[in-house]
Design a protein. Structure first.
Lengths: 385, 91
């Protein structure tokens, strides 16, 4: 089975053809947004960090930004820096250039300020957009797709309907040779023993248990009850009583295939099959990590409804709560409420999600794309100094 | 349309898939439960008596511990179930 996508260097395949305007730091984000706004085909991400970060935290932020630019949905990149930030724009551009796609750099302090930098940036962005617009879609084996699995604004229908349906979708894609990425380590707490039964070997099992243990210990080390944040007030209103219940519903997204490996946050996926990425349970932070990991598309199940998208990765929303679909049809692509009222099987719902994923891979816009939702948030693991 | 669903045969709670009223009788595989209080869509009720400190089981797995005796048909939620994970407040 094929989809029509974009062939990138180094054996990567995209489903979108964006010029990414990438601010190295918060100080460059407004200029980056103004450039993107003026050139069709360009999208900026909103980086609110990028300076006065140290150690593993700085490394993780750089990895997230560079690997987002490396995602095959990006055809070309313009890195915009202020010029004095800690996450330096020139090395960042060099790191991105190693992936073989066109990269340019713009430094605001060298250009003499926002107005001249934006004018110069628009000129560069226009050239990049012109260059990559000449590339057409070509048939690509569906085995090249990496599907991100996300759930957010969960209620009890998430675990009963939409997540099991997405599990079927994951299984279908993996049976065809593709890959999928589970995330949100917080939402494995209380369900890790179920997932570890599927680990392909002991090393994967131990790594999975370690990330869950570390996540739980971080909450405990703050001397607080995780229930202050997880489940969220909305989850509780929707009927979820504990993190264990939320987690046991959450992992249904991952279907039934063996767990092949555990990735660090924003680490690039190179294998096939089901992987777990170590991300927080916060949806936007999680999707930011998975897109950096190489996911070209995410299916996002929701019970209560949520608008979140991503700058370069299409996000398909599905709900098992028909009332939510009706209330938030602006934001939600697929209604799987039939599972709850008995008119739709989980298997058929999984096929519906698969078909939608394929349509989006072929170019169909998601509602999040149509509405310009480009949420982006890096997982910080250290303080700002 | 089903009024509620049991996910695993080990479960001692069911999830309402409709708005249930006190006094409704819900027929489920192996159970006939009289609903003890109004249960909102998506919320849970007990299938059997769950003693205080007993495990609350859904998906065939523990989702927490009862903080009070829970009668069959009663609402099971944060007022009578506590998570056992991520509890820095208990350390």
């Amino acid at each position: 089975m094929n989809f029509n996508g974009y062939i990138r260097p180094q054996g990567k395949f995209g489903i979108r053809n964006h010029v990414l305007i990438l601010p190295a730091s918060v100080c460059a984000s407004t200029v980056a947004a103004n450039i993107a706004r003026n050139v069709p085909g360009c999208v900026a991400l909103n980086n609110v960090f990028g300076c006065c970060q140290v150690g593993a935290d700085a490394t993780q932020s750089v990895r997230t930004l560079v690997n987002t630019a490396a995602n095959p949905n990006v055809g070309a990149v313009l890195v915009v820096g202020l010029g004095c930030e800690g996450l330096e724009p020139l090395p960042m551009a060099d790191a991105i250039a190693k992936f073989g796609k066109p990269v340019q750099v713009l430094v605001i302090q060298k250009e003499g300020g926002s107005v001249t930098a934006e004018a110069r940036g628009i000129a560069i962005a226009r050239e990049l957009a012109d260059t990559i617009s000449r590339q057409g879609r070509e048939p690509i084996d569906i085995a090249e797709l990496i599907l991100g699995l996300e759930c957010g604004g969960s209620d009890t229908t998430s675990g009963l309907a939409a997540n099991p349906a997405l599990g079927v979708t994951s299984d279908l894609l993996i049976a065809l040779g593709g890959a999928a990425m589970l995330s949100e380590t917080t939402e494995l707490i209380g369900a890790e023993h179920v997932l570890t039964r599927r680990a392909v070997n002991d090393a994967v099992k131990e790594k999975l248990l370690k990330i869950v243990h570390d996540c739980e210990e971080r909450a405990k080390s703050m001397g607080v009850d995780l229930r202050g944040s997880q489940p969220t007030p909305g989850n509780i209103a929707g009927g979820l009583s504990s993190i264990e219940e939320k987690s046991l519903g959450c992992i249904h997204k991952a279907g039934t295939t063996p767990l092949m490996g555990v990735l660090e946050y924003a680490e690039m996926l190179t294998g096939k099959g089901m992987y777990m990425m170590d991300t927080p349970g916060q949806d936007v932070v999680s999707m930011t990590g998975m897109a950096a990991g190489g996911a070209q598309v995410t299916v996002f199940t929701t019970g209560l409804g949520t608008p979140a998208g991503h700058p370069i990765m299409p996000v398909i929303k599905a709900t098992g709560n028909h009332g939510t679909f009706t209330r938030m049809s602006d934001n939600i692509d697929i209604d799987l409420g039939g599972i709850i009222d008995g008119t739709l099987t989980i298997e058929d719902a999984g096929q519906i999600l698969f078909d939608e994923m394929l349509a989006v891979a072929n170019g169909k816009l998601t509602k999040a794309e149509e509405l310009g939702h480009t949420e982006f948030s890096i997982y910080r693991i250290g303080p700002t100094f | 349309m089903a009024q509620a669903v049991i996910i695993d045969r080990l479960d001692n709670v069911a999830t309402a898939t409709a708005e249930l009223q006190r006094g409704d009788v819900v027929e489920l595989p192996g159970y006939s439960i009289t609903i003890a209080e109004n249960i909102s869509f998506g919320h849970k009720f007990a299938l059997c008596a769950i003693p205080v400190r007993g495990q609350v089981v859904k998906y065939g797995e523990s989702i927490g511990r009862a903080t009070a005796d829970i009668a069959p048909g009663a609402h099971v939620h944060v007022h009578n179930v506590e998570s056992l994970r991520g509890r820095g407040d208990l350390a």
